[in-house]
Design a protein around this ligand. Structure first.
Ligand code: SF4
Length: 228
């Protein structure tokens, strides 16, 4: 198990030991959160890092916290998830044509990883992107941190990265090509569905649905929900 970031290792394990009162009877995951979803995804969703009592508890990215509730509801409406909620591993949830990964795989204090921790974790993201790059058609970056984290990762996976790097914004789009993805991959910026953003209305369900509907089109997927 990776222990390359001492601050994050200490935090993920301390949270797993102390636990939140509401989850005191649960056994926390307390380890790095792996990517999750389709093994041949058309869409890759890149988040920030697992929440201390969300992914760090359940062992599955965006599972068991409010950000995940908001995100999965949209993924269900737009056909990328088979259920509108993601509560716990083994709950029957499944991603369709999509995969999720965190830019930093261990829960950080205050949900704020350091740039050095992002860089230390980058090889994991490179390895994951490398595995799925041939099938990918779209990448949605949830928040500016994920947007920034992806540029060096994309470069190391052979994508032609523009200079200067395009600025992050909700709905920002950049088309990238590589020898392994000659049709191109569309990188799309999206505000992070954090509680701070959703409670203040900076991110609404309609805004998130518009991003994932756009991602469906970019991924060459039909617009109707494919779930049976
Ligand atoms: S954040 Fe990434 S690099 Fe750091 S300890 Fe966790 S898995 Fe390892």
């Amino acid at each position: 198990m990776c222990r390359a970031c001492p601050r994050l290792v200490a935090w993920r394990e301390e949270v797993a030991l102390t636990r939140r009162r509401a989850f005191r009877d649960e056994r926390y995951w307390g380890r790095p959160i792996p990517g999750w979803g389709s093994e041949r995804p058309r869409l890759l969703i890149v988040g920030l890092a697992p929440a201390a009592h969300g992914g760090n508890r359940t062992g599955r990215i965006f599972t068991g916290d409010r950000s995940g509730d908001f995100l999965f509801a949209s993924l269900y409406r737009t056909g990328f998830a088979v259920q509108p909620t993601s509560v716990a591993a083994g709950d029957g949830q499944r991603l369709v044509d999509a995969r999720m990964v965190a830019a930093v795989r261990c829960a950080p204090p205050d949900n704020k990883p350091l740039p050095a921790e992002r860089d230390t974790c980058a090889p994991w993201l490179v390895a994951e992107l490398d595995l799925v790059a041939a099938d990918l058609r779209a990448v949605v970056c949830l928040g500016g941190f994920a947007w920034q984290a992806m540029w060096p990762v994309l470069g190391r996976c052979g994508f032609a990265v523009p200079r200067p790097r395009p600025a992050f914004g909700h709905g920002a789009e950049v088309r990238l090509t590589s020898a392994r993805a000659p049709d191109g991959v569309l990188l799309i910026g999206c505000y992070h569905p954090s509680q701070q953003n959703t409670f203040t209305g900076r991110v609404t369900p309609d805004m998130l649905d518009a991003i994932f509907t756009r991602a469906r089109t970019a991924a060459g997927l039909e617009s109707d929900r494919p779930i049976t």
